[in-house]
Ligand binder design. Structure first.
Ligand SMILES: *Cc1c(COP(=O)(O)O)cnc(C)c1O
Length: 368
């Protein structure tokens, strides 16, 4: 955390108790299936080293990250948990997985063969097998599965702890691909070793019990992103971002604001500048589109978003608020992550994983 002297004055508050409440809600929905936590990309930007131990204390015993490096950071903090690495083991990294008792997600026949060789050498090691049922991204293809069915040797040398697949359109409950993926998943499970199965991400949990299998894998919903777009958000918000006004510029004559002169001031105005920019994850697409709040009053972003600064039209604020030091709500009760994402033309996932490294971070609750 930056010291006061180095602080930009921008405060990111992360509520670990809210993350735990979200976990408990998802866990209760998914029961009797177990509930893991996806903490890749530094816990979707919130801080995996803070989020994961808080969830472990709440009873979560299975975690997913994308990369080995992310898993190695978490291992000492989660000594007893199962940690899966979604992108699998890069060639040569197998020893690092075994040394830290990490479980690769085996995404190809080649990955299965390499992990099986290790198994022949020193006894089967734990791993997940990932089936591609509709993402066309990672995971075993139908051709891979046919070959595995013909020669069970490699898979027999692996301690398969999980068979998993990943849904492509789970946030659209009516989309026919959901049921198709579930059917494909059920069909291929029959030719793989009997192991717990996992299909559902956050939105997949809301598709109903047919999608829960033995383990669900929420990420975004833990962090407050709405897993049911178009319907009220059943999750609690977990982050709040506030920035102080640095300067207020009173403008009487016609002028423009910011790079590209994209905003024309057409009335006597007050423009406030805050120390948040696209380098901090306040996306440049929010120029002339975003909105912040001061004490519940909307203040629109005017002009382009700069690297380190955003300009706000505070003309309608009372004078005692439109001045340096006033804290501006950038993300919070008036501007939830999903709404900010929509203004930026993106999804809440991108807003969270872009949250800046220059903010002073304050954690509430949990074990912090
Ligand atoms: C990221 C990811 C998840 C979590 O997805 P959310 O939509 O954030 O809940 C689950 N499974 C896999 C394979 C993933 O890559």
């Amino acid at each position: 955390m930056a010291s006061a002297a180095h602080s930009t004055g921008t405060l990111l508050t992360i509520d670990l108790d809210a993350v735990v409440r979200n976990y408990e809600r998802l866990r209760d929905m998914a029961a009797p299936a177990a509930c893991a936590a996806v903490v890749k990309a530094d816990g979707y930007g919130l801080g995996a080293a803070q989020v994961a131990p808080a969830l472990a204390t709440a009873g979560c015993d299975t975690f997913f990250v994308a990369h080995l490096g992310e898993a190695l950071i978490l291992r000492p903090l989660l000594p007893d948990a199962a940690i899966y690495v979604l992108n699998g083991a890069a060639p040569g990294a197998e020893r690092d997985f075994v040394a830290s008792a990490l479980r690769p997600v085996l995404n190809s026949r080649e990955a299965i063969e390499v992990w099986a060789e290790l198994g022949h050498a020193q006894g089967p090691s734990a791993a997940a097998v990932h089936i591609d049922t509709g993402m066309s991204r990672l995971g075993l293809t139908e051709d891979d599965l046919d070959r595995l069915a013909a020669d069970a040797g490699p898979i027999a040398a692996i301690d398969v702890r999980l068979v998993m697949s990943h849904l492509a359109v789970s946030e659209e409950a009516e989309h026919p691909l959901n049921a198709l993926q579930r059917e494909r998943f059920e069909a291929v499970r029959a030719i793989l070793p009997a192991a717990p199965a996992s299909l559902a991400n956050s939105s997949g949990i809301f598709l109903g019990a047919d999608y829960h299998f033995d383990l669900v894998r929420p990420g975004a919903a833990l962090y407050g992103v709405n897993p049911t777009p178009g319907r009220p958000n059943p999750m609690d918000a977990t982050v709040k971002l506030e920035a102080p006004i640095l300067q207020v510029r009173a403008i009487d004559s016609p002028r423009t604001v910011g790079y590209g002169a994209t905003h024309q001031v057409s009335r006597p105005s007050k423009i406030a500048t805050i120390p948040v920019g696209y380098a901090d994850g306040y996306l440049r697409s929010l120029g002339n589109r975003g909105r912040c709040y001061v004490d519940g009053r909307p203040v629109p972003v005017v002009g382009r978003v700069s690297m380190d600064l955003v300009t706000l039209d505070v003309t309608d604020l009372p004078d005692e608020m439109a001045r340096p030091g006033t804290m501006v709500e950038v993300i919070g009760p008036n501007m939830p992550v999903d709404e900010l994402a929509e203004s930026a033309g993106t999804i809440g996932y991108e807003i969270l994983t872009s949250l800046g490294r220059r903010y002073t971070r304050r954690y509430l609750g949990g074990t912090a």
